[in-house]
Design a protein around this ligand. Structure first.
Ligand code: SAM
Ligand code: SF4
Length: 318
């Protein structure tokens, strides 16, 4: 499936819940978010049908996200179903990892290929502070289990927050020396709550290269990955820099998003949404609607000029 600018769209980011067992400060307001009415959320069967329509149109890769996707009941069955669609060759998951220890084997058996795990600190107290109560050891156990059951490659996502984890950059980078793991630093985006934060918290990813100057640029093997990769000399793993603010990757964008309430979003940073849930529930043609919507995918975003989504990240599906 192509958009109006000839970009091939083959990657769906599927948010299956806007609920989470953590409360990361940059993602959610302290009081949580307003709970959506049960009937507003897509059922598992509806999620399956949506993915079926996207698969029929040429989507080959699905990343399941949220909220915390492992907190949604039925995720194993959903992955089994997605795995059964001809054409879907890659199913990945973005998770905070805290529930992964108990679920990793079932996820692998269901057809999940790999996981990205969000981990913003290697210090118990700081982790608990940023996640408002999360336990670092649960996330570490999840990472270990994912590795054991073969959910490879494992990628750790670290949101770089000035005054919080800028002093841990070297420690995170060192993890890649002896382990086959990718550590990816993500620039903090001024979305939702974070739009009100002081500028000191926003660091460009150049900070990572200044802090660890012996990182060497490495070849990126994944087409249209937003990360630019580096390596320590003789390291097993890689260090990725994802820089949506200082460097955008719109020209090779191959993705669309579906929120847990069935809204199709072309871009994380746009408020434009297409109501697929209504089409589905009223018996319309999902494939026709999606194909038509694809022609409206914008060429690029303008976050550096202040054009931002009005939703919190947890509602969009990061
Ligand atoms: N709960 C899962 C997790 O934490 O990985 C999946 C959903 S979470 C919204 C997806 C990703 O968005 C996480 O890696 C999180 O760190 C990132 N994220 C959330 N808010 C962000 C922000 N304001 N700027 C940059 N990344 C953000
Ligand atoms: Fe939950 Fe992930 Fe948002 Fe943290 S970043 S509050 S783990 S959805």
């Amino acid at each position: 499936m192509n958009d109006a600018f000839g970009r091939e769209i083959n990657y769906l980011r599927l948010s299956i819940t806007d609920l989470c067992n953590l409360r990361c400060q940059y993602c959610m307001p302290a009081g949580g978010i307003r709970k959506m009415a049960h009937e507003d959320i897509l059922t598992l069967e509806e999620l399956e049908e949506m993915v079926g329509a996207f698969a029929a149109l040429g989507i080959t890769k699905v990343r399941i996200t949220g909220g915390e996707p492992l907190a949604r009941k039925g995720i194993i069955t959903l992955i089994e179903k997605i795995n059964s669609y001809v054409g879907i060759t890659d199913i990945a998951l973005t998770t905070n990892g805290t529930l992964l220890n108990a679920m990793a084997q079932d996820l692998k058996n269901a057809g999940l290929k790999r996981v990205n795990i969000s981990l913003d600190s290697l210090d118990d107290k700081k982790y608990a502070m940023m996640t408002r109560g999360g336990k670092l050891k649960d996330a570490l156990k999840g990472i270990e289990k994912a590795r054991k059951v073969g959910l490879n490659p494992i990628k750790l996502n670290v949101v770089l927050v000035g005054g919080f984890n800028d002093d841990e950059v070297e420690r995170f980078v060192k993890l890649t020396q002896d382990e086959e793991i990718d550590v990816r630093f993500i620039e903090l985006m001024p979305i939702g709550e974070v739009a009100k934060w002081s500028l000191n918290h926003f660091l460009s990813n150049d900070y990572v290269l200044e802090t660890v100057p012996h990182l060497q640029k490495s070849k990126n093997t994944e087409y249209s990955s937003p990360a630019v990769y580096y390596k320590l000399p003789r390291a097993k793993g890689r260090v990725g820099l994802i820089s949506p603010i200082s460097c955008k990757f719109c020209s090779t964008c191959n993705r669309v998003r579906l929120t847990s309430e069935g809204k199709l979003k072309h871009c994380l940073h746009s408020n434009q949404e297409f109501d697929l849930r209504t089409v589905l529930r009223e018996g319309g043609s999902l494939t026709d609607f999606i194909q038509n919507a694809m022609l409206h995918k914008p060429l690029e975003h303008f976050i550096e000029e202040g054009s931002l989504t009005e939703r919190n990240m947890i509602q969009v599906g990061g």
